[in-house]
Design a protein around this ligand. Structure first.
Ligand SMILES: *Cc1c(COP(=O)(O)O)cnc(C)c1O
Length: 228
């Protein structure tokens, strides 16, 4: 349950120098640990599972900003749209449309990131470049009504490997895509967030231009493998 305060302070300082933000990934961590980190000043937390997030959210301070970073099923979107701060894992056009639909129902614009598949492993979710282009074309031209989403950028996960060159290359590709679409500037799409980097590769991510890292184990220690 303990939070690693030394790591937290180090990471916060490092990120401040680079103008990058920290999302503390609290999946499978108890609310006491989240509260402890919140008490140190951390406001942004990331969760992967809808059920777990719905359990924790009412037990923690209201101004805590919840990021949804996991794979989101369309039938669960409605549960998180009332309060979610940023959905990182939008990996299909259909999911984006569902978020828009649920946002409209409660008259709330939902901030989103499009998840791009950059790793060589095919176990990771995300759009390829063609799917991204399709979504971006629609957003840029306003050819579909997507007024209840606000697409703020891209998210990606590099391969799990010790090979730093591979990780750098994959992240560099994501940064390039991000830069390519930075000129799109409409009422519901304007890129200002590039979410990449985790405990094992956040230093590389910052070098490659990340503006938001998602860090769990360095802050909270190892995770339980199942829900408590
Ligand atoms: C779990 C998770 C993280 C954090 O992983 P750590 O290695 O514990 O830092 C970051 N991003 C996503 C999408 C995750 O699922």
């Amino acid at each position: 349950m303990a939070v690693n305060v030394v790591n937290y302070n180090e990471i916060v300082q490092e990120l401040q120098l680079q103008n990058a933000e920290l999302v503390a990934v609290s999946k499978l961590q108890p609310v006491e640990a989240i509260q402890a980190l919140y008490n140190l000043g951390q406001k942004d937390f990331g969760e992967n599972y809808v059920q777990e997030l719905l359990h924790k959210q009412p037990l923690l301070p209201e101004d805590l900003r919840w990021h949804f970073i996991g794979h989101l099923q369309r039938n669960k979107v409605k549960y998180i749209v009332p309060f979610v701060h940023l959905i990182h894992g939008v990996d299909s056009f259909n999911l984006l449309k569902e978020i828009n639909k649920q946002g409209r129902k409660i008259n709330r614009v939902i901030p989103c990131l499009l998840q791009i598949h950059i790793a060589t492993e095919d176990t990771k979710f995300g759009m390829d470049e063609a799917e991204l282009k399709e979504v971006m074309d629609v957003l840029a031209t306003g050819s579909a009504d997507l007024t209840f989403v606000n697409v703020r950028g891209l998210m990606g996960m590099a391969s799990f490997t010790d090979n730093e060159e591979t990780v750098s290359r994959e992240m560099g590709r994501l940064k390039k895509l991000f830069d390519n679409y930075c000129n799109v500037n409409t009422s519901n799409c304007h890129f200002d967030v590039l979410s990449m980097g985790m405990s094992g590769d956040y230093k590389i991510a910052i070098k490659e231009g990340s503006t938001m890292v998602r860090i769990g184990s360095l802050l909270f220690g190892a995770r339980a493998t199942t829900l408590q």
